[in-house]
Design a protein around this ligand. Structure first.
Ligand code: SF4
Length: 82
């Protein structure tokens, strides 16, 4: 599998590499270079774009990604008139 298409500009990865290099390298190894489609951050980014991607969502936070996607992609509930 190819590397994540967002790797060069991903603010989370760049912050990790600058301020927590070991965590950054581990994230790169584990997600960005191999399994980016399983990165929670990438899941949200791919579906909703950068505006709706929280800056602090971590690659292993799939539960949060699913919540965000369900909330923003779910069709609005039908309105009931009384
Ligand atoms: S895999 Fe996730 S953490 Fe890595 S560059 Fe892509 S969006 Fe950022």
């Amino acid at each position: 599998m190819n590397a994540c298409p967002d790797m060069v500009r991903c603010p989370l990865l760049q912050d990790f590499l600058s301020y927590a290099p070991e965590q950054g390298k581990e994230t790169q190894r584990r997600y960005c270079e191999r399994r980016y489609s399983s990165c929670a951050r990438y899941m949200v980014l791919r579906e909703l774009g950068p505006v709706h991607t929280p800056p602090d969502i971590l690659p292993d936070d799939t539960a949060r990604a699913k919540q965000i996607l369900a909330r923003l992609l779910e069709p609005p509930a039908p309105q009931v008139r009384v």
